[in-house]
Design a protein around this ligand. Structure first.
Ligand code: ADP
Ligand code: MG
Length: 853
């Protein structure tokens, strides 16, 4: 019986074709034409238009299809024309196992309203919560170092309920060997790993949309029956599945597929639920790569309404992954071990692990909150153990005997008087903190942060001066570039000479004879402070009595270099002071340098006028150059910075040289020179020296000038393609101007391709000169890795915690660690045994390195 009597003539040839297992299929010629004419007639006789549309879609190209596909189409057309009645034919894909359907209402099942307090995404985080929107990669936290049972050591597979957290997935019944392999490739090897492979979001599938109601751009959930399923050859190979729900047809397109999967899973007649984004192609409604779920029998709510969506694991279909993870959670979440004592969980409002894991995979109505609680818990744990590791490392270092370098106030006054200015209050305070560390008989490890131009160098030099005066010991100061080392050496010389002490400079370009003399003087103890570059690290550079190691712009150096300097004294560790170039966001400071004590110079020397900063689009070069000319005419000097990648690229260098030629024309009345990283050190120094003496008006440079160059008469800084720099780097570059009595001007020129977003980012520079604020913004915009730069490796592996969003949580974790170490500095109390063993699991092998650093 046809849906519409008008379709009876249309059905006749189809039924004929399908008879006896499609024996007549080959007999009928021009089936497409015949059926097309019959359809046109049905149209005239009042057949519902939607059905006609569906049938025409199935009819298109019918004669060109191969036999199997033709069968599929014919079957689908019969079914549609018959109105979804019990199929009279078997599905063609395998001839025997076609899903048999009950008669289906012609409208989709009524959509249920969502439960009152369910929401597809977790609620907004509270102040302390981790960011719930961030996708969670595999959180391999607990048991990471536990032995993993591999399938080779035991042949028999275990039922899930017998598994332990450390059991290998490959050993489990219900996880196929191929799937286990693919999961392992993603780092998901054990039950524990799997349980912590957390959903990145949830989808509310309680609402079904009928195809007729789909709107372009919707992410919708549709239920229907596969009406056609076929390979489409064309410009792009794709598999197309037409799904029909009685209100319309939806074309689902798959561009990556395995033909067999498609044929078996999405055979014509299969009832499916589709979830995906809707697009329109003319009047045709489409979904590309929807999430497909086969609905069996009457189970219309299979899988629940709030559904976890996991980060993809290549080669494992999302439904398979979901099923495995949900089964594991169902059976094994209760076995997740929680090392955190209950009293602690209460204190810090931490969710117990087991129920939280369960809820994350098997969300019910209220579980968005549970997932949030789990994320918070896991993020807390990560931050807590990281802080604990760093705290213990600091404790261990401070448990060693160190140098007691007692600095009395008389020395201090004398040293301060040697400076060409009086220290700011902040500089004095930081020097107090340093003096206290120096005096204590434990090794000092302190980091000084301060905004660009806050006077970190002066503080470091005073510290070295005090060590020399009070204890007769030597210091070394490591700087990342020759220009900077020379500059520090000059300042050091001025200060130390007034104190009657000797300083020296050692760089790669120190002539060998001078170097030999210097090394001898250093060994004799005649030199109180040696300032230098990497050349300092050479093993023959030794001291009579090293008291203090200072590292400037420490992000330019690795742990190894610090260790090499420290090794220059063997009996006791010397005191260590490190300085950063620009402020680092607090979360990063705590995560990376939690083993150091922190001093902050939060004040600039008096009399500085903040550098005015403006952002220009690329095409306004004329205006920018006019500003520069004005400054040059007034006797000032100008920096123009190009973002060359270390000037390693010959092409870029060529571009820079050409730019210089152009600029020589633009500023014809003033000498223009180029400074780049590929120049020989002596060439570089020569250019720099001439600039410092005022003989060069415009210095065209790569970022080699980024580091602390100090030429007070230079007042204008032009930064080309400024959007290619990070904010902190721009801030540091900008710090090169406005250092003297004349106010500075910084002109940021956006690159040609820079969009609105880039300009907005740059506008932060115009709004504030506070380096701490800029660092925070930089972190928010670019993330921790970028802010620190590629040279700065060693960022901890954080899988859940987010150093941008979890600042508050980090403070809590740090507070917890401080309280813990206060009561049990070495974490040896039996009460803390579980924390200790969890710490060791997480940092297996890494704790030693932290301590060595
Ligand atoms: P940074 O912290 O960026 O390394 P520097 O140590 O290079 O800054 O100092 C920046 C400039 O400020 C230098 O020219 C330095 O001589 C000057 N300076 C430092 N401290 C003071 C102070 N207390 N009073 C006046 N000028 C100072
Ligand atoms: Mg500096």
């Amino acid at each position: 019986m046809a849906t519409s009597p008008a379709l009876d003539p249309f059905l006749r040839p189809l039924r004929f074709a399908a008879r006896n297992d499609f024996a007549n299929l080959g007999v009928l010629k021009d089936l497409e034409g015949t059926l097309g004419r019959l359809l046109a007639r049905a149209d005239g006789e009042g057949c519902p238009p939607q059905i006609l549309i569906d049938l025409r879609a199935l009819l298109a190209g019918l004669d060109d299809l191969d036999r199997g596909e033709k069968r599929a189409r014919v079957t689908a057309m019969i079914r549609i024309a018959e109105g979804g009645a019990e199929p009279t034919l078997e599905t063609p894909s395998d001839g025997t196992r076609g899903p048999r359907e009950k008669p289906r209402p012609s409208a989709p099942p009524p959509s249920r309203p969502p439960p009152a307090d369910v929401s597809p995404t977790p609620p907004a985080p509270d102040e302390a919560g981790p960011n719930p929107k961030r996708p969670l990669p595999v959180a391999r936290s607990l048991f990471r170092a536990a032995p993993k049972v591999t399938p080779s050591t035991s042949g028999k597979r275990q039922p899930m309920h017998e598994a332990e957290p450390a059991t290998s997935l490959a050993k489990l019944v219900g996880v196929g060997p191929k799937t286990a392999e693919r999961l392992a490739a993603k780092g998901i090897e054990t039950v524990q790993d799997a349980l912590f492979h957390l959903p990145m979001r949830y989808e509310d599938r309680s609402q079904l949309t009928s195809i007729a109601d789909l709107r372009p751009g919707d992410r919708a959930h549709v239920q229907g029956v596969v009406a056609a399923s076929a390979l489409r050859a064309g410009r792009k190979r794709m598999w197309e599945v037409a799904v029909r729900d009685g209100t319309g047809v939806l074309s689902c397109r798959f561009f990556r597929f395995r033909r067999q999967d498609m044929e078996s899973r999405l055979a014509v007649g299969t009832r499916v639920r589709l979830f995906g984004a809707v697009t329109f192609f003319g009047a045709q409604k489409q979904m590309a790569h929807p999430d497909v779920e086969v609905v069996r029998g009457e189970d219309e709510t299979a899988g629940g309404d709030v559904r976890p969506v996991y980060p993809d694991v290549e080669g494992v279909p999302s439904t398979t992954l979901r099923k495995i993870l949900q089964n594991l959670a169902q059976v094994l979440a209760a076995k997740v071990w929680d090392p955190m004592p209950e009293s602690w969980r209460e204190t810090f409002h931490l969710a117990p692990l087991a129920p939280a894991v369960h809820a994350a995979h098997l969300p019910t109505d209220v579980d968005a909150a549970a997932l949030h609680a789990l994320r918070r818990r896991l993020a807390f744990d990560e931050l807590f153990y990281l802080q604990l590791a760093l705290g213990l490392a600091r404790g261990d270092r401070e448990a060693q005997p160190g140098l007691a370098q007692n600095v009395d106030s008389g020395w201090r006054e004398l040293a301060e008087r040697a400076l060409p200015f009086s220290p700011t209050r902040a500089q004095s305070r930081v020097l107090d903190e340093i003096a206290e560390d120096l005096a204590a008989a434990v090794p000092m490890s302190r980091m000084v942060q301060g905004d660009v131009g806050s006077g970190k160098t002066a503080v470091a030099l005073l510290a070295a001066g005090l060590v020399a005066q009070a204890a007769g010991r030597q210091s070394c100061l490591l700087a990342p570039t020759e220009i900077l080392a020379e500059q520090h050496a000059r300042s050091a010389h001025d200060v130390f000479a007034k104190l009657g002490l000797q300083t020296a400079l050692l760089t790669g370009s120190t002539p060998s004879r001078a170097r030999a003399a210097l090394v001898r003087a250093c060994r004799r103890g005649d030199v109180s402070l040696v300032v230098g570059t990497h050349a300092l690290l050479e093993p023959d550079v030794q001291f009579k009595e090293l008291g203090l190691v200072i590292i400037d712009e420490q992000h330019r150096f690795g742990v190894e270099q610090r260790a090499r300097l420290l090794a220059k004294r063997e009996d006791v560790p010397p005191d260590v002071l490190v300085m950063t170039a620009t402020p680092i966001p607090r979360t990063l400071t705590l995560s990376l340098y939690g083993d150091l004590r922190l001093s902050v110079i939060d004040e600039l020397p008096p009399g500085r006028t903040p550098t005015e900063t403006r952002v220009y689009p690329a095409r306004q070069a004329g205006k920018v150059h006019a500003e520069a000319r004005r400054a040059l005419r007034a006797g000032r000097q100008v920096y123009i910075v190009f973002p060359l990648v270390e000037a390693s690229d010959q092409l870029e260098l060529k571009a820079a040289s050409e730019a210089v030629e152009e600029l020589r024309e633009v500023f014809s009345a003033h000498p223009v020179e180029l400074l780049h990283g590929k120049m020989r050190p002596d060439e570089k120094n020569e250019v720099m020296r001439r600039f410092a003496r005022g003989e060069v008006g415009v210095l065209v440079a790569t970022t080699v000038i980024e580091v602390g160059v100090d030429v007070p008469n230079a007042t204008v800084m032009i930064i080309e393609e400024a959007d290619r720099f990070g904010l902190s780097q721009l801030h540091q570059l900008r710090g090169r101007v406005g250092r003297g009595t004349h106010p500075g001007l910084c002109l940021l020129v956006a690159g040609k391709g820079a969009g609105a977003e880039a300009s907005e980012r740059l506008s932060v520079m115009a709004e504030t000169t506070d380096g701490f604020l800029i660092a925070e913004r930089d972190l928010q915009i670019r993330g921790p890795g970028e802010v620190l730069g590629t040279r700065q490796s060693g960022l901890p592996d954080l899988f859940v915690a987010d150093l941008v969003a979890d600042g508050q949580l980090l403070e809590e974790a740090r507070g917890a660690v401080e309280a813990l170490l206060e009561s049990d500095p070495q974490l040896i109390s039996p009460d803390h045994a579980s924390l200790r063993s969890e710490l060791e699991r997480r940092f297996a092998g890494k704790l030693e390195r932290l301590r060595a650093g």
